[in-house]
Design a protein around this ligand. Structure first.
Ligand SMILES: [Zn+2]
Length: 594
């Protein structure tokens, strides 16, 4: 998988110094740990066939954050596996999702196996099973497997049997198989029943999660789910775990009075979403600041999913996200603004003003509270919230001083001044230069980006150039893209951003259709099937989903293996259209009332 003792890196991961952005140092730490993990998961024991490539990538994804967390504890890598798994749920919520262990019967399917399901969902499933059997027992099972198959190959059946034997927990075989052999996110609907005040019970039912407009048959799947619950009784937090295998189950809580709050995914350890009745959600919203960071993260995800499924009102959604933005953990606040950013996709551009106003009201106090804290989480949150306020909340007061910094940094009048801007904020600051100063800034930044040999600077500069909105400059950028002067990864990054940003989607789509043959040729063959269909996921109408399908199919011969990516992209567009249709006006009203 990796060369033994000779790991290869992209320049961005290794060319840095003590002033480099914290995000760059984190990227190196994580990737380095990931590739080292492949010395065991990939090199020492190798999958017998491509259908078990997840035995490499899920393990390396899960292992890398364990290693990073022990090497750099202040970096708070311990929630990264969870965040990855929550991210993978977006794709796993589609009818066109695939199972972790998918048959590979032709070469075109191999590259499609290296995706969020293999890496992040797989990593999340491993973390869930580890939590359920306990760290020591899980380790004993993994060691047994590595010893039995050292310097050889193994299959998933081998691994699952060895894990069950080594951990002495036979029941995890069924749980493991139910997660790797079928696609989808389990949804647990949870109702707290305190009819008998002294014996509170949770009524739990399972189904497959499906958003509004989905073709998923929600009751056609069943999982064996290691479910852990946390609940608060008389101000004290308890937790308990059960292996759910039925479609409906009652769980008796170890409490002699009714809990004031129940969180159906203790420590965020389980790969599933939950849904509750109105009082269940309100209790969580009222107590958000008391939730541990991992529990607040799963709460944010499940609330977002419940809104997209039409199960909670826009008012509850907005109140929940506002509470989460103010959570003390940097990545909870970041996740909440991430959900808010994603949901604006369903709102028409001319309806955004009251939404942006609500965003400013929600996010400014949390941004101010970061102050000049220097820990890595605060540094990351400062950078991301600054971008959110400027880009998503249209905070004009923040833009003007940053435009001046951008001009000084690249030397628009005089020599470039590297001390004028923090490297971690460079992309945001340059974006403002591109948008607010316009052509002179755009031209100079473009020239510096193309001649720079500093991968971090090039990354920030190309990211900012991709945010250009002035149609004349967009056309200028398109001409440079066609000239082949950008590296392949930069070309893809710019084009993707131009496609997904509402301000430039249509201009970029027109350009793509006019230059289709040339553009597809410029994309390396091995990336085509993975990226070309996904360019269309920016749209949000059924008409555009149809157009996009026709366009991609007309180039099918040049992008072998496109089928699943195209199905997922067009499905996402149709789901966006369905959510817009039924919920956009309610959502705008809820932001107006905030
Ligand atoms: Zn890997």
């Amino acid at each position: 998988m990796e060369n033994i003792g000779a790991i290869t890196y992209d320049e961005f991961l290794v060319l840095m110094d003590e002033d480099s952005a914290v995000s760059q140092r984190r990227a190196y730490t994580a990737v380095h740990a990931h590739e080292l993990a492949h010395m065991w998961f990939g090199n020492l024991v190798t999958p017998a066939w491509w259908n078990d490539i997840w035995l490499n990538e899920s393990f390396a994804s899960w292992m890398m954050y364990k290693a990073a967390d022990s090497y750099w504890p202040e970096g708070e890598f311990d929630r990264e596996t969870l965040k990855g798994a929550l991210g993978a749920m977006a794709g796993d919520s589609l009818a066109a999702a695939r199972e972790i262990r998918e048959p590979i019967d032709n070469n075109d399917k191999i590259s499609g196996a290296f995706d969020g399901i293999t890496y992040q969902k797989g990593g999340g499933v491993l973390a869930m099973l580890e939590r359920y059997v306990g760290e020591d027992r899980f380790q004993a099972g993994v060691q047994l497997h590595q010893e039995r198959h050292a310097d050889s190959t193994a299959t998933a059946e081998d691994f699952i049997a060895n894990l069950a034997e080594g951990s002495e927990r036979a029941e995890i075989e069924a749980a493991f198989k139910s997660y790797i052999e079928q696609p989808g996110v389990p949804l647990l609907s949870v109702v707290l029943n305190c009819d008998d005040e002294k014996n509170p019970v949770l009524e739990v039912s399972q189904a497959r999660y499906a958003p509004l407009g989905s073709a998923i048959e929600t009751d056609a799947s069943r999982w064996h789910i290691p479910m852990c619950i946390s609940y608060v009784v008389d101000g004290k937090r308890n937790s308990s775990c059960t292996l759910l295998s039925e479609s409906e189950q009652s769980i008796k809580l170890d409490a002699d009075s009714c809990p004031t709050r129940v969180l159906p995914n203790a420590d965020g350890a389980g790969y599933y979403r939950f849904s509750m009745d109105d009082s269940g959600w309100s209790n969580l919203i009222a107590d958000t600041s008391d939730l541990a960071a991992a529990e607040a993260l799963v709460f944010a995800d499940s609330l977002d999913a419940a809104f997209r499924a039409g199960e909670v009102s826009a008012e509850t959604y907005v109140a929940g996200m506002a509470a989460l933005v103010n959570h003390a953990a940097w990545d909870v606040a970041d996740a909440a603004t991430g959900h808010l950013e994603a949901i604006t996709n369903v709102i028409e551009t001319d309806q955004l003003a009251p939404v942006e106003q609500a965003f400013r009201k929600m996010v400014r106090p949390r941004f101010a509270a970061i102050g000049d804290a220097t820990d890595s989480g605060s540094a990351l949150l400062r950078q991301r919230m600054q971008r959110f306020l400027i880009v998503m909340a249209d905070d004009q007061a923040m833009r003007e001083p940053l435009a001046k910094q951008a001009a000084a940094r690249i030397g628009l009048e005089g020599d470039p001044d590297p001390s004028a801007a923090d490297p971690s904020e460079l992309e945001t600051i340059f974006s403002i230069g591109v948008q607010d100063i316009g052509e002179p800034f755009f031209d100079l930044l473009l020239e510096q980006a193309l001649s720079s040999e500093d991968p971090a600077f090039r990354g920030s500069a190309t990211g900012a150039l991709a945010r250009v909105e002035d149609p004349a400059l967009v056309r200028k950028l398109q001409a440079v893209l066609l000239s082949g002067d950008f590296k392949g990864s930069e070309f893809l990054g710019i084009m993707f951003r131009q496609m997904i940003r509402a301000a430039t989607t249509e201009l970029t789509y027109d350009w793509f259709r006019e230059n289709d043959e040339t553009i597809i040729e410029l994309i390396p063959q091995s990336f085509r099937s993975g990226v070309v269909p996904g360019f269309g996921s920016a749209f949000c109408t059924a008409q555009r989903a149809d157009d996009w399908e026709v366009f991609v199919l007309s180039h099918a011969d040049k992008i072998p293996g496109y089928e699943r990516d195209l199905a997922q992209a067009t499905e996402s567009v149709r789901l966006c259209a369905a959510l817009r249709e039924s919920k956009a006006s309610e959502l705008v009203a809820a932001f107006e009332n905030y």
